[in-house]
Ligand binder design. Structure first.
Ligand SMILES: Cc1cc2nc3c(=O)[nH]c(=O)nc-3n(C[C@H](O)[C@H](O)[C@H](O)COP(=O)(O)OP(=O)(O)OC[C@H]3O[C@@H](n4cnc5c(N)ncnc54)[C@H](O)[C@@H]3O)c2cc1C
Ligand SMILES: Cc1cc2nc3c(=O)[nH]c(=O)nc-3n(C[C@H](O)[C@H](O)[C@H](O)COP(=O)(O)O)c2cc1C
Ligand code: FES
Length: 506
């Protein structure tokens, strides 16, 4: 069974980053803020989803009142096998938990949705009530077909270096630390009502699953334990977990796959210089080295302002190339030497070009930041760097030292007059079959440039030779919020940032 993130009546951007923090290995606070594209757009997206016959899709919905729950339910019921009613989000004002704490309202919402649609209805309860049994009974009296317990607990505020981490300050608690609460809630609900229970909260091992089954859960939900896992890792994890449960083995090997090593701590860095390239591009140089391999990225956190993902232009001393695209990057442009900021990461997968391959790195905008270290560390690289005009070509001398540099500007003020893919085509045309077969491409920059580069490269080589990095909006960086998903479902932050074109659905 799969449960979607909660969908409400209208699109919501949610909170600015940070949206997730880890206060001890395997335990988190989050305040994503019910980010979702709204019921109408979600219906369109879900319509196109093919759900395998042996899978059950539970669509999680929320609203600000009874009518909104009914409205969203009617729009989405067709596209899933059941609806989960999120009555329990502890950090989004006006939604969720307040309603889930009132038994009369829980009964009314469940009954209204139940009358409006013809699919199983599963309210998801908050543990933040004096008596969860009373709420479960109200849900069943309203016609609930099952109950999901529990959503995140509390909320809490955790700090780093004296500053609240989450932009919302308060976040619901999930993961290992809430397991005892979740288990108690499932036991209490099971002893009071007669309906299937989805148990979730801190589950990671086969032993945890058995404890929840013993407590009365017939279906198990796993969330935080998947932090840091790639799409393939998740498939392996569930395979191992299912085998363990089927074979009844005592030793928990599934738990060894949980990424308790994911580091979300912030390390201080001080700004040494802020060099303006144009009025919307700058290079920030910090006072120390950051361990980061070519292809990976870090988050820069400025307390009070937020955090955003960046490639490291250089690791030692740590440098960022920043283009002003919004609130955070605007503030980066104005940073003065001496400012203290914080870095977490690195995240994502280092690039790993095959031995003896020739690297073609195609960069636009700040894409150069993702490919400079690649050329420096692996050598044998042709760098194709495109910009709108000469002023926007930065770090050119340094790039020329580590690779053969090919430059293009849209207005012809420097290098080839035109787009960078034209220059790349000239280059590829001259190559023999054998030379083409030895190429490996890394494309990084604005989405239209990356797509144009990939189409061209597919004409000359095979998709297995092409890797693309498009900066999809990346929020948690550790695979759990879903913000950075590519059209084919891969998450940039854990499966990328360079995603191989061979796996894409182009
Ligand atoms: C792996 C990775 C590496 C990156 N490396 C660099 C780098 O080296 N240098 C650099 O300047 N930038 C880089 N970025 C992009 C950078 O993180 C965004 O430009 C930054 O998040 C914008 O934040 P903001 O607060 O300035 O804009 P916001 O105020 O958050 O957003 C402005 C507008 O852009 C939209 N938006 C924000 N971020 C994105 C996005 N990533 N994709 C699509 N729409 C978005 C918002 O919805 C909004 O409409 C990278 C991104 C990723 C994922
Ligand atoms: C980043 C993150 C986002 C979440 N988003 C939702 C959501 O949209 N709707 C919902 O009902 N629960 C949401 N939850 C709660 C989880 O579904 C789950 O109930 C809770 O995290 C406890 O399980 P876990 O300890 O296995 O993560 C979210 C949890 C996390 C960590
Ligand atoms: S940014 Fe949260 S899943 Fe990738």
């Amino acid at each position: 069974m799969l449960t979607t993130k909660s969908i409400g009546p209208e699109p919501r951007l949610g909170y600015r980053e940070p949206v997730l923090s880890q206060f001890e290995p395997g335990s988190f606070t989050n305040a994503v803020g019910l980010t979702n594209p709204g019921a109408d757009r979600s219906a369109e997206l879900l319509k196109g989803l093919v759900i395998p016959k042996d899978r059950f899709l539970l669509i999680s919905i929320f609203g600000g009142n009874v009518e909104e729950y009914v409205e969203v339910a009617k729009k989405l019921a067709l596209y899933g096998d059941g609806l989960e009613l999120n009555l329990s989000c502890p950090h989004a004002k006006g939604y969720g938990m307040a309603m889930g704490q009132d038994p009369a309202l829980v009964r009314e919402i469940v009954a209204a949705v139940k009358t409006a649609v013809d699919v199983p209805i599963i309210p998801k309860l908050t543990p933040n009530v004096p008596n969860i049994v009373e709420i479960a009974q109200a849900a069943v009296a309203g016609g609930a077909d099952g109950i999901c317990a529990i959503n995140t607990t509390n909320p809490e505020c955790y700090e780093a270096h004296g500053h609240p981490i989450l932009s919302n300050k308060l976040g619901g608690v999930s993961g290992k630390v809430i397991l005892p609460t979740a288990l108690r809630c499932v036991q209490e609900i099971h002893s009071a009502v007669d309906c299937p229970i989805i148990g979730c909260g801190g589950i990671s091992s086969a032993e945890d699953v058995r404890s929840f089954q013993k407590a009365g859960a017939s279906i198990i939900g796993i969330g935080s334990a998947l932090v840091g896992m790639t799409t393939d890792d998740i498939a392996d994890y569930f395979k191992v977990l299912s085998n363990e449960l089927e074979n009844g083995t005592e030793e928990s090997s599934a738990e060894t796959l949980v990424r308790y090593d994911i580091n979300m701590n912030f390390r201080p860095v001080a700004l040494v210089s802020n060099e303006y390239i144009t009025d919307d591009i700058c290079i920030l140089t910090f006072d120390r080295k950051i361990e980061i391999h070519a292809g990976q990225f870090v988050f820069l956190w400025i307390p009070g302002l937020g955090e955003k993902p960046f490639s490291a232009l250089v690791d030692d001393p740590f440098k960022l190339a920043v283009i002003n695209l919004g609130a955070f990057t605007e503030e980066c442009m104005a940073l003065k030497p001496g400012v203290e900021a914080y870095v977490r990461g690195p995240y994502g997968n280092p690039v790993n070009p095959p031995k003896n391959s020739k690297i073609i790195a195609v960069a636009g905008g700040t894409g150069l930041a993702a490919v400079y270290q690649l050329a420096r560390d692996f050598g044998n690289t042709e760098i194709f760097f495109g910009a709108r005009s000469k002023e926007r070509l930065y770090f050119v001398d340094e790039a020329a030292e580590v690779g053969n540099l090919h430059l293009a500007t849209d207005d012809g003020s420097f290098g080839h007059h035109g787009v960078i893919t034209e220059l790349l085509e000239e280059y590829l045309k001259k190559m023999s079959e054998e030379e083409l077969a030895a190429l490996i491409f890394y494309n990084c920059g604005p989405a239209p440039m990356v797509r144009a580069a990939e189409s061209l490269q597919r004409k000359y080589t095979s998709p297995e030779q092409i890797y693309n990095s498009i900066d999809y909006h990346t929020k948690c960086g550790v695979g759990i919020c879903g913000a950075c998903d590519a059209p084919d479902g891969r998450r940039l932050c854990v499966d990328g940032p360079f995603l191989d074109a061979a796996d894409s659905s182009q």
